[in-house]
Design a protein. Sequence first.
Length: 90
Amino acid sequence: MKHAAPLHAKILKAPHHGSRTSSRPDFIRAVGPKDVIVTSGRFNPFHHPHPVIVDRYRQHGATLWRTDLQRAIRITTNGIDTHITDHKDL
């Protein structure tokens, strides 16, 4: 962000498992993800993702995909379109 590099992405893997300090609002705005993948263990001792970060992504209109709740997350693409499914659909 310091160098004004283009950051836009349809899908973002949440930094640091969605910890409280992992995603500032200006970063989320710059990336503008439609979907966010949060990788964290179901009973992780740090309670990631942090509720503040979950709310922050949702306020920006992103759909959250969480491995602590949905287990496996699969992203498929034909090079243009993407499709995301969780463990229930695999």
